[in-house]
Design a protein around this ligand. Structure first.
Ligand SMILES: Nc1ncnc2c1ncn2[C@@H]1O[C@H](COP(=O)(O)OP(=O)(O)OP(=O)(O)O)[C@@H](O)[C@H]1O
Ligand SMILES: Nc1ccn([C@@H]2O[C@H](COP(=O)(O)O)[C@@H](O)[C@H]2O)c(=O)n1
Ligand SMILES: [Mg+2]
Length: 238
């Protein structure tokens, strides 16, 4: 079972870019981030079994994060923690924050970080595994900083699924899982929030050399063939 090992990390200030800033790149801002070549040293692979191995899985709505996480779990034995699923679970069980979470999800807004991070922490603590895929998180700098403060850890690396908006919209509109946010109005809001708030997170991990960008266009299997070597590096060092 994973237990928190370090204390609070220092506060890191956040900045919020405007949508206008990004539009000046003609919608191609994500192209600025290159794919890292992952090595065991970069991934911070440790031989200490108690240290959690944390991968953040990020990308726009419908970029295929959940689909690829299922394949990573099957192939490499990670525990999948989807922030969105944890929040939806709170709605289903009418928890204290259920109605606030439902309102946020309907509006495509980000739930306060302390709520989401507490749910993630509970999942990590109750798991017997020490390898975690944390999907749909962090969405914002506030998310990222709250995770570092509460969990006292950083991800070993970050998988970023890069997908054009038209493709993401097409996938979400045909997902058919009965999600309250899979309608065109909410999808537009989710895309706006993604463009406005996600960039600093991507930039932060790119500058730390922890970002691994995946081209999320193609078949599920083709995309997994880009993902596989990232995790194979971890396997090879065991
Ligand atoms: N490579 C792909 N090609 C076509 N469809 C795909 C591909 N990958 C996933 N899908 C489909 O697109 C939809 C969205 O995928 P998925 O749920 O994995 O995305 P996500 O990034 O987790 O989205 P969200 O952020 O909304 O949770 C699903 O219906 C899934 O089956
Ligand atoms: N870190 C997060 C993750 C998700 N949300 C909210 O849940 C919605 C659905 O998330 P998916 O990852 O399943 O697409 C998302 O639009 C947010 O409203 C969040 O607040 N914080
Ligand atoms: Mg998902």
């Amino acid at each position: 079972m994973w237990r928190r090992v370090t204390s609070l990390s220092p506060f890191i200030s956040s900045s919020k870019p405007s949508i206008r800033n990004q539009a000046s790149y003609g919608g191609k801002i994500w192209e600025l981030f290159t794919t890292e070549i992952l090595t065991p040293a970069k991934a911070g692979i440790s031989s200490d079994e108690k240290t959690p191995f944390i991968t953040f899985v990020v990308g726009g709505p419908g970029s295929g994060k959940g689909t690829q996480c299922a394949k990573i779990v099957e192939t490499f034995g990670f525990t999948h923690i989807s922030a969105g699923e944890l929040l939806r679970r709170e709605i289903s069980c009418n928890s204290e924050h259920g109605s606030m979470i439902l309102d946020s999800i309907r509006e495509g807004k980000i739930v306060p970080s302390e709520v989401t991070v507490k749910l993630i922490e509970k999942e990590m603590e109750s798991s017997k595994n020490n390898k975690f895929l944390i999907d749909g998180f962090p969405r914002t700098e506030e998310n990222r900083i709250a995770f570092e403060r509460v969990i006292g850890a950083e991800p070993n690396f970050v998988l970023f699924f890069h997908c054009p908006e038209e493709e993401m919209v097409k996938r979400l509109l045909s997902r058919n899982e009965g999600r309250v946010d899979d309608n065109i109005d909410t999808i537009k809001k989710r895309l706006e929030v993604f463009t406005a708030l996600h960039l600093p997170v991507i930039k932060y991990y790119s500058e730390k050399g922890k970002l691994y960008k995946i081209n999320a266009v193609g078949t599920v299997d083709e995309i997994f063939e880009q993902v596989r070597p990232v995790f194979a590096v971890c396997e090879a060092t065991k």
